[in-house]
Design a protein around this ligand. Structure first.
Ligand SMILES: [Zn+2]
Length: 221
C-alpha cells in the first residue's frame, strides 16, 4: 500500500475529530500532503469509525488523479488540493461543519483573532469565503482568492470551516482554537446587543448569554 503511514494518520485524525464532535456522521474531511506531488484524503461518505488505512485515497495534487485507494475520494478533495497548493508551507488541511464556527458563518463577517496563542495558530483574522455549493470548483476558487500566507482558518459562508497547518497537529489545534474563538465572538455580540436593547429584551439576552453554551471538547493532540 502506497503511503501507508500517512493513510493511517488520516484514519487516526478522523477518529479524533469524530470523538470530539468536529466530524459528525460522514460530515467533514481532511487531506495530508505526503510529498510535493501527492495528497492523502478521506474517502467520500464513509463512517470514520469503520475506516481503515486502505480506505484513504492517494491523489495526485496537480489534477486529483487517483493513485491508490479503492474508494471514491471526498467531494472536497479539490478544495483541499487548492489550499495545499497555494500554502506550500502547510502539510495538513481539515474541513469541518463544527457547530459554533459553522453558526458564525451565517453572520458573514470576518472574526478578529485577539489572543496571541490563537494568532500563532490561526492568523490575525478569520476571513469569510463567499457561498458556493459543496464540492464545486467554484467553492475552491473562492477559497483560493481568500487565502493569505499567514491565515490558517477560513469560514465558508453558510457551510463550515477549513483550517490548514504546517503539521497535522497544528491543523488539529487550529480547528479547536477556531471553535473556542467563534464561541467567544458570538457571546460578545449577544452581550453587545443586550446593551442596546429594551429592558425586557436586555434581560432575555442576558439570560441567553449566561446559558452554558456547550462547546465541543478541546482536542488534546
Ligand atoms: Zn462541507
Amino acid at each position: 500500500m502506497k503511503f501507508q503511514s500517512a493513510r493511517q494518520q488520516v484514519v487516526e485524525m478522523s477518529v479524533l475529530l469524530a470523538d470530539h464532535g468536529y466530524f459528525a456522521a460522514t460530515g467533514g474531511n481532511l487531506a495530508l500532503k505526503v510529498d510535493d506531488e501527492h495528497i492523502v484524503v478521506t474517502p467520500s461518505a464513509m463512517d470514520y469509525y469503520e475506516m481503515t488505512a486502505a480506505d484513504a485515497c492517494v491523489l495526485r495534487l496537480r489534477d486529483l488523479a487517483k493513485i491508490d485507494g479503492d474508494r471514491k475520494p471526498t467531494v472536497e478533495a479539490g478544495m483541499h488540493a487548492k489550499l495545499l497548493s497555494i500554502r506550500t508551507d502547510c502539510r495538513a488541511s481539515i474541513h469541518t461543519h463544527q457547530p459554533i464556527a459553522s453558526a458564525c458563518t451565517l453572520l458573514g463577517k470576518p472574526v478578529p483573532v485577539l489572543r496571541a496563542e490563537d494568532r500563532a495558530l490561526l492568523g490575525d483574522e478569520v476571513r469569510v469565503v463567499g457561498y458556493a455549493p459543496s464540492g464545486t470548483s467554484w467553492l475552491s476558487s473562492k477559497l483560493a482568492k481568500a487565502v493569505l500566507p499567514d491565515a490558517n482558518a477560513y469560514l465558508l459562508r453558510t457551510h463550515g470551516a477549513i483550517c490548514c497547518g504546517t503539521s497535522a497537529e497544528r491543523a488539529l489545534r487550529a480547528i479547536s482554537a477556531l471553535e473556542r474563538l467563534t464561541l467567544d465572538y458570538l457571546r460578545e455580540r449577544i452581550t453587545a446587543r443586550a446593551a442596546q436593547a429594551s429592558p425586557q429584551q436586555a434581560a432575555l439576552q442576558r439570560l441567553l448569554a449566561t446559558l452554558d453554551a456547550q462547546p465541543i471538547q478541546e482536542m488534546v493532540v
